[in-house]
Design a protein around this ligand. Structure first.
Ligand SMILES: Nc1ncnc2c1ncn2[C@@H]1O[C@H](COP(=O)(O)OP(=O)(O)O)[C@@H](O)[C@H]1O
Ligand SMILES: [Mg+2]
Length: 338
């Protein structure tokens, strides 16, 4: 894809950020610090009102910092002109706010137009983005009201990407979409991100979405307090406190299993499963899928097969149990083994 070579990403740093809204009793965000490396997806997750949206709006200066600093590509956002700053930041929100009187191509081209791109460049870019988000080219001439909610949300992502910004802010971008389409949009975005490698701050209140989307997860409490900041597997293996443990759920063992695919671990020998006429499971399935398949077959080992159907190893309940124990200090075995 043409876009690959030119694609940029910048690190983002929150440094002692505090936001006190006028007349509010307590700060919406109090001394928040964390860094998102270039090209990674950081998910801010926490209960409603904990300050997630406030944190995002501080980055693109829709609201002003009370104290502390935010750095994009190691440079402070303070004093930067907001127009120029926002060109560097793609912003996607729940209700995308497409312009109803502009067709899809023109909606996608809003920022390039502000930047004074010529017609051909704008058009080429808009068509390229339609491909990138998986919408047919014919849809370019439709109007927003002629698209489904999921399609509009894809256009919102395309619009945010139009000028190839080094940073994307996504505030509950798929929150208003039904579960099936949300799952699809999440998968599409992850596929897209593997190509474009933007720095992304992704906000959600849904821990499962956070686990799925994040390279790292920042768990926030009321007042923008950062409780834990780590890779999803580490947070599930070793929650920092009771709040996090409750937030990630009693089934965190199962959630961890869903993060590991069979082709990522060392499998047991094929012979371990062969003699019991076992069921098979795909190499690309997760440990959770394997456990689920085992549970419908008296927990016998499964034969693991590659896409050609060739057996490449086997997986037993003991192997699943060992994988769980490896990751963290107090990882609990799954309910099925106790
Ligand atoms: N413009 C505002 N003026 C005053 N208080 C606000 C404003 N926006 C948000 N707040 C308050 O700041 C806190 C954090 O809100 P918000 O960042 O929207 O949380 P979240 O996105 O995590 O649900 C809440 O207590 C909210 O009521
Ligand atoms: Mg919010």
């Amino acid at each position: 894809m043409a876009l690959n070579g030119s694609s940029t990403a910048a690190p983002l740093e929150f440094s002692g950020v505090t936001k006190q809204y006028p007349h509010a009793e307590t700060a919406a965000i109090d001394n928040l610090s964390f860094t998102v490396p270039a090209g990674e997806v950081c998910v801010l997750v926490g209960p409603s009102g904990c300050g997630k949206t406030t944190a995002m709006r501080l980055v693109n200066r829709m609201i002003d910092l009370t104290s502390g600093d935010i750095l994009i590509d190691n440079a402070t956002i303070k004093g930067r002109s907001t127009t120029e700053l926002r060109r560097d930041i793609g912003y996607v929100i729940q209700h995308v706010g497409l312009f109803p009187h502009l067709n899809i191509l023109k909606n996608i081209s809003v920022v390039p137009k502000l930047l004074g791109w010529d017609r051909k460049r704008m058009n080429d870019r808009a068509h390229e983005l339609l491909d990138l988000i998986g919408l047919p080219q014919e849809m370019g001439t439709r109007y927003p009201s002629q698209l489904s909610g999921g399609q509009r949300q894809r256009v919102g992502v395309a619009r945010a990407l139009a000028a190839d910004p080094p940073l994307m802010l996504m505030d509950e971008p798929f929150g208003a979409i039904d579960p099936i389409n949300r799952d699809r949009l999440q998968n599409e975005f992850l596929r897209l991100q593997r190509e474009i490698r933007k720095t992304v701050v992704f906000v959600t209140h849904d821990i499962d979405e956070a686990i799925k989307m994040g390279d790292r997860i920042a768990i926030l409490r009321e007042g923008g307090h950062l409780v834990q900041y780590d890779a999803p597997a580490n947070i599930l293996a070793d929650p920092a406190d009771d709040f996090v443990a409750q937030f990630v759920g009693a089934d965190r063992g199962l959630k961890r299993l869903a993060l590991t695919r069979l082709d990522e671990i060392e499998l047991e020998d094929v012979s371990a499963a062969r003699h019991v006429e076992s069921d098979t499971v795909s190499h690309q399935a997760t440990l959770r899928d394997a456990l689920s398949a085992m549970m419908s077959d008296s927990l016998r080992p499964l034969l693991v097969v590659d896409p050609d159907g060739t057996a490449v190893g086997s997986v037993s309940i003991e192997l699943i149990n060992r994988s769980l124990r490896r990751g963290g200090t107090d990882a609990e075995p799954t309910a099925s083994t106790t």
